[in-house]
Design a protein around this ligand. Structure first.
Ligand code: BV8
Ligand code: ZN
Length: 242
């Protein structure tokens, strides 16, 4: 393990631009269940039943029950050492961009200033009828909350079958093309297009460091694949470079 951390640090010390891509595994040590693990969120619920516009149209109250439960969970969670280490990377010797699939806001709470939330934020709610958007941390919200225009408000997150916000994707692509190193931490790399981000960077010449508890489809392609908890590994990598 130590030599892998050293190899990762060696790559990072030579890099002028670095991108980190995170998933639910980075928030796991904050007590937030991941989606596809043993105790995964999707095990108790089916993604098709909840994280789709069709599910919301059919039963907004059911979808809001799930999101209220998660808002309650996230509210009780705080950043773990993985989030703190990634926040420290902003002070590293390279241009750093943090891309997250997580909607829990823990990266910003840990001090990261430049976070691209490609799947949106659970702390923003919006109306798809009139375009109203607000930051809202009330827990719980009515199931569903209603907009002043009468339509139900939804979480401002990207559901299956919905496109990621073009502006954010543009910033992600620009960072991936410039990166000399892409770190991929705590994601099963199965949800697209986020799962293709690391490959995009590697095709543009970046080296890839993966941090995960298990093997993923990305593992065989990674230059350095470190098997372990993000809360243990990320601080070791930051200690070795800062
Ligand atoms: C789109 C909502 C098109 C927010 C989420 C067939 C083939 C390919 C693609 C598709 C297909 N069918 C459909 C698609 C497209 C689909 C997709 O990729 N489906 C997959 C499942 C096959 N993608 C989409 O629909 C996307 N949109 O394609 O739009 C389009 C284009 C133009 C115009 C219109 C439409 C939208 C994708 C976003 C979906 N929304 N969530 C929310 O409620 O959270 S996805 C959901 O999965 C979460 O957002 C989550 O972020 C994301 C990825 O999951 P992970 O973060 O990786 O979490 P997971 O549990 O899977 O893994 C955790 C990992 O951590 C594990 O590897 C584990 O080992 C590790 N781990 C655990 N503990 C630790 C750890 N690692 C380190 N330390 C630890 N302590
Ligand atoms: Zn409205």
């Amino acid at each position: 393990m130590k030599h892998l951390v050293e190899k990762a640090a060696e790559l990072l010390n030579k890099a002028r631009a670095v991108v980190a891509v995170t998933g639910a595994g980075v928030s796991a040590e904050s007590g937030i269940p991941t989606f596809r693990g043993e105790d995964g969120l999707w095990n108790t619920y089916r993604a098709e039943d909840l994280a789709t516009p069709e599910a919301f149209a059919k039963n907004p109250a059911l979808v809001w029950q799930w999101y209220n439960w998660r808002r309650g969970l996230f509210r009780k969670s705080s950043p773990n050492p993985a989030h703190v280490a990634l926040a420290k990377m902003e002070n590293g010797p390279f241009d750093f961009t943090l891309v997250t699939q997580n909607i829990d806001g823990l990266h910003s709470l840990a001090g990261s200033k430049n976070v691209l939330e490609v799947h949106g934020s659970i702390w923003r709610i919006r109306c798809d009828t009139c375009g109203y958007v607000e930051h809202n941390e009330t827990v719980p919200l009515p199931e569903p909350p209603f907009c002043t225009c009468g339509a139900p408000l939804r979480p401002d997150v990207v559901w299956f079958g919905e496109a990621l916000e073009a502006g954010i994707i543009g910033k992600v692509m620009e960072a991936l093309m410039r990166a000399e190193v892409v770190i991929v931490a705590g994601t099963s790399s199965v949800v697209y297009p986020a799962a293709s981000f690391a490959v995009t960077a590697m095709q543009a010449g970046a080296a890839c460091i993966e941090v995960n508890l298990h093997n993923t489809p990305l593992t065989p392609m990674a230059d350095v694949a470190i098997c372990g908890k993000a809360g243990d590994i990320m601080p070791q990598i930051v200690k070795a470079i800062l």
